[in-house]
Design a protein around this ligand. Structure first.
Ligand SMILES: *[C@@H]1O[C@H](CO)[C@@H](O)[C@H](O)[C@H]1NC(C)=O
Ligand SMILES: *[C@@H]1O[C@H](CO)[C@@H](O)[C@H](O)[C@H]1NC(C)=O
Ligand SMILES: *[C@@H]1O[C@H](CO)[C@@H](O)[C@H](O)[C@H]1NC(C)=O
Length: 448
């Protein structure tokens, strides 16, 4: 893809060196590590090697005894959490996890941590006993943010120390595992304040980075800044690109969410950034917001102690404003995050250490997960199929079954069945009900 075009030669050399080193380190670490005691919860993490940086080289010199001591200490510090709808705890990171992202093909979950690694987890093992993850080392730095490229074959990271974007390309090996290679040049440093969020448009046309002042930069995929947005919101609290790749939106100290369209010509040249519409209605600063996968719904959460659901399927060029659909009271304690399931049926809100899950149609709170992590929750996301909700904070990623979503599908489809429909439609609805019901049943079976 264009993201790493022109880098094939250096990348090939890097990969070859990495493979050699990787094999060596694997041999050495296999010799050093004895059988590993099983970790708490439902999974033992199984790691595949990747490119090798300083992090691994350091580890290699620690003796087995030191390793065991460190392992016991870490194990003692592990936060314990269990809940009937918890599907898995993904363990592997040795530092706090700051950011999570699902690839748009639904196969992977990426996580990054201050342990200087990015891990890529296979979503198809979420319900297995073992959770395979593959590790990319962030040399001499660590990533605070991670985002998959639209083709799910690369990811971008924000580097904490270098304060810029680094691109990693993923290559699939014959055995299904992945290797990672960082592109030779990081993006130039452009922000004057710490960056809080990054995104890539699903169209592959631009990358966004938002800093804690009021700046948002729009980059092309090679690292050239195409546009600068001043949000005029006193400061930025959260910013992202809509899943359709058309819009950039931000919130901050002021009570509104601002939405811009990033416009390109028919031939794909960057044209301009236009103000599109605002979400106005909260009475205090907005902590965060989220889009559904078709960008026709947005959910917002504010310091005013409410979350709101909006219909954003409007023609803003004809001066149509988004419609407010729901306002629901909720607990809000900083840090506060919101996630909207891709199908817009479920809203999840994290406040401090806990998560509440709401039906987005009725506004009813249906699930509450208290003290999910040992540190404050740093990120919250639904997978692309609206089957799972994941959260991070400490060193583990918690994966929850989206039971609220399954129940919502059943209610919705049953209501549709009561109306006259074609035979083919009835069959489709019944199939969806039975899929959701069996997913729910399997969660309840595990409970006993
Ligand atoms: C995780 O973050 C918390 C607070 O943000 C900090 O106190 C703690 O030391 C961090 N843990 C690790 C292992 O870095
Ligand atoms: C966006 O930035 C806010 C503020 O720093 C942070 O709390 C949040 O975790 C970030 N979200 C993502 C998805 O990076
Ligand atoms: C959004 O998600 C729904 C349900 O998961 C899926 O059927 C639909 O194809 C997705 N739409 C887009 C634009 O990705």
């Amino acid at each position: 893809m264009a993201l790493v075009a022109g880098l094939s030669l250096p990348v090939a050399v890097l990969v070859a060196v990495s493979l050699l080193l990787g094999a060596l380190i694997l041999l050495i670490s296999a010799a050093l590590a004895g059988p590993r005691p099983e970790a708490e919860g439902s999974g033992v993490d199984h790691e595949e090697s990747s490119i090798v940086g300083n992090g691994v080289a350091e580890k290699q010199t620690t003796s087995k005894k030191q390793k065991m001591q460190r392992f016991r200490k870490e194990r003692l510090q592990q936060h314990v959490f269990s809940h009937p709808v918890l599907a898995a705890a993904l363990k592997g990171h040795s530092g706090n996890i700051s950011c999570l992202d699902f690839s748009s093909n639904g196969k992977y979950l990426a996580s990054c941590s201050d342990d200087r690694t990015v891990r890529v987890w296979s979503t198809k093992d979420f319900l297995e006993r073992e959770h395979r993850c593959m590790r990319a080392n962030v040399e001499l730095d660590h990533a605070t943010h991670v985002r998959f490229s639209p083709d799910s074959r690369a990811f971008i990271t924000w580097l904490a120390n270098e304060e810029t974007v680094r691109v990693f390309k993923m290559t699939k090996k014959d055995d299904g595992s992945l290797t990672f290679s960082a592109s030779v040049d990081d993006f130039p440093k452009k922000h004057r304040f710490p960056v809080i969020n990054i995104s890539i448009a699903e169209t592959g046309k631009f990358i966004m980075s938002a800093a804690s002042d009021t700046t948002i930069l729009i980059w092309d995929l090679k690292g050239e800044v195409m546009a600068t947005i001043n949000t005029n919101q006193m400061n930025n609290a959260f910013a992202t690109v809509s899943p359709c790749g058309r819009f950039v939106a931000s919130c901050g100290f002021t009570p509104d969410v601002k939405v811009w369209e990033v416009c390109f010509t028919k031939s794909g040249e960057f044209q301009e950034v236009l103000r599109a519409f605002d979400l106005k209605g909260h009475s205090a600063g907005v902590y965060s917001f989220a889009f559904s996968n078709d960008s026709r719904r947005m959910a917002t959460v504010s310091k005013d102690g409410t979350w709101k659901l909006w219909d954003t399927d409007v023609e803003y060029k004809k001066q149509q404003d988004p419609y407010l659909l729901l306002t629901i009271k909720c607990d809000v304690a900083d840090p506060c995050h919101i996630a909207l399931s891709p199908d817009a049926r479920v809203v999840a809100i994290s406040s401090g250490f806990s998560i509440s899950v709401y039906n987005a149609k009725t506004g009813e709170k249906e699930e509450e997960f208290l003290n999910v992590h040992g540190e404050e929750i740093a990120d919250l996301a639904f997978d692309v199929n609206s089957r799972f909700l994941v959260s991070s904070g400490d060193r583990a990623i918690r994966v929850f079954h989206n039971v609220v979503g399954y129940r919502a599908v059943i209610t919705e489809m049953e209501a549709m069945l009561k109306k006259p429909t074609s035979e083919a439609m009835r069959e489709r609805l019944q199939q969806q009900i039975s899929n959701a019901q069996s997913a729910l049943d399997s969660v309840c079976t595990k409970k006993q």
